[in-house]
Write a protein that binds this ligand. Structure first.
Ligand code: SF4
Length: 570
């Protein structure tokens, strides 16, 4: 029997997210592997944020093994947790004299520090770790335990035989979610449906690590459903089918033979309907990654799949499309997946099926767009073409839930590694200017279209204070950041009403909220109210009835508008 610590340093790969509130498959499969070796093994799961809060790490030495999950390969900004850095690994683990293993994207490809910077080589940490696993952690760790923690004869690059192999690990390992600090309410399980990209046949996109996983290996429908059922039994209610290059290509016909295989709507219908059958009180079911090249090539099948998603999912969902560039030269140089025309076709199709407002206040399903900068062939004209593309989307009244502009992280063994950060340095100012242009002229008007003023957004979770502002988000794919003026209790769900817009966030106030108890900052944020009226309201509280409130107010029209946002208790 071993005592094992899993430290979740958080991961972010092109096709998988594991930064809170997301829990990636890594800790779950690894737990399954440890329990498969011996069901009496003891496992203690910590997030890196929990480790950061401890003054004394000596408890780590009382275990037989520490497994660190780490690595971000795409630049991201996070609210609820920040991934571990190589510096922190040295700080926390260098002097802990216990066997240690590094797994995750950091072990396979290195640490992505920030956009434009080559990855940090994990070999530089070889003195800290006994094993740096480049294969599948669940397989290698089981072998290591069976070998009584001896590294001799352990093949660190050993991989699973096929996608079905992980079924047992996934089911056994679901229990680890109970140890997550955000369990049970604010945690969303990232679910793997397959790995490997069909475009590996042509080498894939120049910057992407996914082709290193080979051709698609689809998990059987019942395996995925069983895993979700097990997680549900453990108490989870939020799920995202996010761990795959393109959800529309799940179980696609001729995957492995052609670059853009024909989607399989029947498989998606079966998958989604079965998930809903085993999760009667599910609260979130979202997707990630969709290949615009596939959607544009097979509009009939793609439309059917989009309808299936909208039928079974929960609203506020996002189909994130990595279009990367609207410049035909960059597309050609980097073997990207879609032309601007194809991307536009895909955006239109998702809008047609998904733009209707759903139960939680957000549109059902919208496209998100990812752009990557610093790619081979990029010139000043690239920025112009990208901007024109976004402008066209806005002018055509199409909705985008998210525009993600990032600089490439050159990953070893990708074609982009040779180009490195040459173009990023050259176009530093162009990128900065472009980002501001998009923020001001595209993102803000887009937000106003997606969520008109006074829209009610349901079940946002309060996460952080910043001065007299409370930040909250819904759970799900790329949730909108909501700033609530006032200091509200953290870790609670509330409904809010939209009052104003930032570039990438919105301002909203709790709804309904009583005028007699509402905080000054919140009243101040209501459209048209102003500082003077806020002071008058505060001075005349409490109001017994709505009429009392209306009498005190100078302008009855403004007062009525205000009452649209607030209530008066009797
Ligand atoms: S289509 Fe391109 S970006 Fe998407 S997974 Fe394949 S190689 Fe990566």
């Amino acid at each position: 029997m071993f005592k094992i610590i899993i430290i979740d340093g958080y991961i972010d790969e092109p096709t998988c997210l594991g930064v809170p509130p997301y829990i990636s498959p890594y800790p779950r499969y690894i737990t399954g592997s440890i329990l498969k070796q011996d069901k009496n093994n003891r496992i203690y799961y910590y997030t890196i944020d929990q480790i950061r809060q401890k003054n004394d790490l000596s408890f780590l030495t009382k275990n037989n093994l520490i497994i660190l999950i780490a690595g971000t390969l795409v630049p991201g900004r996070y609210l609820a947790g920040y991934p571990i850095s190589p510096y922190e690994i040295k700080k926390f683990l260098e002097n802990i004299l216990v066997k240690k293993i590094l797994v995750g994207p950091a072990a396979k490809h290195g640490f992505g520090m920030q956009g434009g910077q080559k990855t940090y080589n994990p070999a530089l940490l070889k003195d800290i770790f006994d094993l740096i696993i480049t294969g599948d952690p669940e397989i290698v760790i089981k072998n290591f335990l069976e070998n009584n923690l001896k590294t001799k004869h352990i093949n660190i690059s050993e991989k699973r035989k096929n996608a079905h192999t992980i079924k047992e690990y996934a089911n056994l390992g679901s229990q680890i979610v109970k140890q997550h600090p955000y369990y049970p309410d604010y945690i969303i399980a990232e679910i793997e449906t397959y790995r490997g990209c069909p475009r590996t046949i042509t080498g894939g996109c120049s910057f992407c690590s996914e082709p290193s996983k080979g051709l698609p290996d689809f998990r059987p429908i019942n395996d995925i459903v069983e895993e979700i059922q097990n997680l549900y039994k453990q108490g989870l209610r939020h799920f995202r089918l996010g761990n795959q290059p393109c959800i529309f290509s799940y179980q696609s016909i001729d995957a492995g033979k052609i670059e853009f295989p024909r989607p399989n709507p029947e498989a998606l219908e079966e998958l989604f309907s079965k998930i809903r059958k085993v999760t009667p009180e599910l609260k979130t079911l979202h997707i990630d990654n969709a290949n615009p090249g596939v959607i544009a090539r097979y509009p009939i099948e793609a439309e059917e799949i989009a309808k299936t998603i909208v039928k079974y999912h929960t609203s506020g969902d996002v189909a994130a499309m990595g279009i990367e560039s609207a410049d035909p030269i960059v597309i050609k140089h980097n073997n990207l997946k879609a032309t601007p025309e194809e991307s536009l076709k895909a955006i239109k199709l998702i809008n047609k099926i998904g733009s209707k407002r759903g139960n939680n206040g957000m549109p059902e399903l919208l496209p998100g767009l990812n752009f990557v900068f610093g790619l081979e062939g990029e010139t000043k004209n690239t920025y112009f073409l990208n901007y024109e593309f976004l402008k066209q989307i806005l002018d055509e009244n199409l909705l985008l839930r998210r525009i993600n502009l990032r600089q490439v992280i050159p990953i070893p063994n990708t074609k982009m590694y040779k180009t490195g950060n040459k173009l990023i340095n050259k176009h530093k100012n162009l990128f900065k200017k472009f980002k501001n242009q998009v923020k001001e002229n595209i993102e803000r008007p887009m937000l106003e279209k997606i969520l008109p003023q006074a829209t009610i957004v349901k079940n946002v979770y309060t996460e952080k204070h910043d001065g007299k502002l409370t930040f909250a988000r819904q759970l799900g794919s790329y949730p909108l950041l909501i700033g609530i003026p006032g200091v509200y209790n953290l870790k609670q769900f509330m409904d809010v009403k939209i009052v104003d817009y930032g570039y990438r966030s919105i301002t909203a106030i709790p709804y309904p909220i009583d005028i007699n108890i509402v905080q000054r900052e919140t009243i101040d944020a209501i459209p048209g109210i102003g500082k003077k009226r806020t002071i008058r309201i505060l001075a005349n509280r409490p109001f017994k009835t709505k009429d009392d409130f209306l009498k005190v107010f100078d302008d009855p029209i403004v007062a009525k508008d205000v009452l649209d946002f607030l209530s008066v208790s009797n």
